[in-house]
Write a protein that binds this ligand. Structure first.
Ligand SMILES: [Zn+2]
Length: 162
């Protein structure tokens, strides 16, 4: 599939997903190309162009909640959960851990306000080669941003906690 083919798909809608643009995400599997989609429910989601065109991904994951069918979107993965955890701790005052993060001035960089920006900086969990990767800040008083974050094995992070 060439670049021009993807450009021709911008704005096209299949099932509940409308292609907004090609994602910046580049994975080591170069055959996979990702798009940023707007779902009918209002969520933005990242899916492979292939899964979208062949009907493998039909929504951001909201359909899955409705009818229990399996979807292939990144929004239902551990990557998205990690990301939403970071965003919640830093920005959501009603998040249980906000008092230890956002309230103490820990925030995330502007690029990470979108899931796409986060993945574009940090890559995907599956590509780390770790068994159960989680995002760790190198300087624990620093912010969530590319220069201060790495994926580490979750068991190691647990040891580092006071
Ligand atoms: Zn949706």
């Amino acid at each position: 599939m060439g670049r021009n083919n993807i450009d021709g798909l911008i704005g096209k809608k299949i099932n509940k997903l409308t292609l907004l643009r090609e994602s910046e995400i580049r994975l080591h599997q170069k055959t996979k190309r990702y798009g940023v989609f707007l779902c009918d429910c209002g969520n933005e989601t990242i899916q492979t162009i292939f899964d979208w065109t062949n009907g493998g991904s039909k929504s951001c994951g909201c359909l899955k909640k409705l009818n229990g069918k399996k979807t292939h979107g990144l929004s239902s993965t551990g990557d998205y959960k990690s990301y939403m955890g970071i965003k919640g701790r830093c920005l959501n005052k009603s998040h249980g851990d906000y008092k230890n993060y956002g309230a103490k001035g820990v925030t995330l960089c502007e690029k990470w306000l979108t899931f796409e920006g986060f993945v574009s900086d940090m890559g995907l969990r599956a590509d780390t080669g770790l068994k159960d990767p989680t995002i760790e800040r190198i300087d624990v008083t620093g912010n969530y941003e590319k220069s201060n974050c790495i994926w580490i094995e979750r068991s190691l992070q647990a040891k580092n906690k006071r």
